[in-house]
Design a protein around this ligand. Structure first.
Ligand code: NAD
Length: 482
């Protein structure tokens, strides 16, 4: 198969030669073959991209000063250009990180245009200013202004979907952006840049500079940046948060998780098995909000272990481009080593009920079998650390309050679910779970509602009208008494 190779970077609304000749090579996690390459961005390229974004933002007649509907027209064209490339976007993501193609079609091709339209719609429908009669005489004119030039740093697991949690609200609000995608998933980011170019996004409104951790750190601390929006590991988020604290630079951090599925004693997991798969093993276990701790009542413990084991053991593992595949490979050999390290620990900490090895018949690719450990305690390493792979701990509990206490006994607080045949009862339990989001008998990051974490899962929210807050600042003008 021909490789996908780019020689230039998307800076200032056009393709520009990179300052250096280094490249990032991209490998398929299923064939282990190189599938493409892009220029590796350097600090000089970041300087050029930030300068372009700065010029676009500071232009007195530019993007940030346009009406929301004028920006909305451009973002609608951007959405249409992304849709025209939807199949290819899904294919590239799937080929780079192992995401099953049917999921890539939803998360990676479907979600970005939807988010662009959603945020343009909110901006267009929201009055620009609120005139408040003052209590002390005069009138206060309160408006929301775009925060400025945004540095967006994204991970490889859902590269387009997560990028648009940032791009859509930021651009709709009138900000400009420099995006640094993860090295593992750059080919979809370059396709997105092609769409931006074809849509006629004004020069500098969006710039894409691929690179690693050091380049990300350089971008975060760059003097031309007004706001940082980061999704990735808690360790990186902490480092970025420290830099932003020192610089007093606003920052949104979407970080890791170790969420719990609380299975109540009246749950019918079998009837909800598709949804249960969606919250435990989706994307080969590589999603931040997955429920990798399954809390099961002792009264039905053996049966629930059997159901979870049966689910994990029945999933079709294989080529992520095959629409029948439920579990693809992990993103890299490094990630597989990490996950296998946890599986080795789990074999000492609990009882392996399925998986635990590499699938037979797949000699190439960074595959790991979906793995379930029963009889786990919440304090074991496998139960409390984020693994980011298809590994589940089933933890027994005696009563509802103990289940809630176990769910809350975590450094993280991002997702979670409650399973019950009584929605009211499950909702009452969901209210007691200390987490940014909780699902009842299903879980979906609906665009209308805020998503994000507490504790080590991060600071701030994306999605919903609240997702705009990260990219806007309030401004008050005091008008004199009439
Ligand atoms: P990572 O933190 O290693 O890398 C994420 C991005 O940050 C990459 O682009 C990387 O180059 C960059 N980066 C790393 N260190 C940096 C630093 N010090 N300064 C600036 N940039 C830096 O994470 P990953 O392995 O790519 O992704 C997996 C992690 O992301 C998991 O922990 C997962 O839970 C988390 N995640 C969170 C969410 C969420 O919304 N909360 C969503 C997806 C993934």
């Amino acid at each position: 198969m021909p490789t996908i190779d780019y020689r230039q970077l998307y800076i200032g609304g056009q393709w520009e030669d990179p300052a250096k000749s280094e490249t990032i090579e991209v490998f398929s996690p299923s064939t282990e073959q190189q599938i493409g390459s892009v220029p590796r961005g350097s600090e000089t390229d970041v300087d050029a991209a930030v300068a372009a974004a700065r010029r676009a933002f500071d232009d007195p007649d530019g993007w940030s000063t346009w009406s929301p509907s004028r920006r909305g027209d451009v973002l609608e064209r951007f959405a249409a250009e992304l849709e025209a490339r939807g199949e290819e976007t899904a294919r590239r993501v799937s080929m780079q990180n192992g995401m099953p193609i049917w999921l890539a079609q939803q998360f990676e091709a479907g979600f970005p245009p939807l988010l662009l339209r959603y945020y343009s719609g909110i901006m267009t429908a929201t009055p620009a200013e609120d005139a408040r009669p003052g209590m002390l005489g005069g009138t206060a004119l309160v408006s929301r202004q775009p925060v400025g030039v945004v540095a967006a740093i994204t991970p490889w697991n859902v590269p387009q979907g997560i990028s648009f949690l940032k791009i859509a609200p930021a651009l709709a609000a009138g900000c400009t952006m420099v995006l640094k995608p993860a090295e593992e998933t750059v080919l979809d980011a370059f396709l997105m840049a092609e769409a931006a170019l074809a849509a006629g996004l004004p020069a500098g409104v969006l710039n894409v500079i691929p690179g690693g951790r050091d380049l990300g750190a350089y971008l975060v601390a760059h003097p031309g940046i007004d706001k940082v929006s980061f999704t990735g590991s808690t360790a990186a988020g902490r480092a970025i948060g420290e830099t932003c604290g020192r610089l007093l630079r606003p920052v949104t951090l979407e970080l890791g998780g170790k969420s719990a599925a609380i299975v109540l004693d009246d749950a019918d997991l079998g009837a909800n098995i598709e949804s249960f798969f969606g919250v435990t093993l989706l994307n080969n276990g590589q999603i931040c909000w997955l429920n990798t701790r399954v809390l099961a009542p002792r009264s039905r413990y053996a049966e629930i272990v059997d159901t979870v084991t049966g689910l994990a053991g029945s999933l079709t593992i294989g080529d992520p481009l095959d629409p029948e595949t439920k579990i693809g490979p992990l993103v890299s050999s490094r990630q597989r080593d990490r996950v296998e390290g946890y599986i080795a620990k789990g074999k000492k900490e609990g009882r392996l009920t399925t998986g635990g090895g590499r699938p037979k018949g797949l000699d190439r690719g960074w595959y790991v079998e979906p793995t379930v450990f029963a009889d786990m305690t919440n304090s074991s390493q496998v139960s409390c650390e984020e693994i980011f792979g298809p590994v589940l701990s089933v933890i027994p509990y005696d009563n509802e309050s103990e289940a809630i206490a176990i769910a809350n006994d975590s450094n993280y607080g991002l997702g979670g679910t409650v399973w019950s045949s009584d929605v009211e009862r499950a909702t009452a339990v969901a209210h007691k779970v200390r987490s940014g989001t909780v699902g009842v008998n299903h879980y979906t990051n609906d665009p209308v509602a805020p998503f994000g974490g507490i504790k080590d899962s991060g600071i701030g929210r994306e999605l919903g009208p609240e997702g705009l807050d990260a990219f806007q600042v309030y401004k008050t003008i005091y008008l004199p008494p009439a």
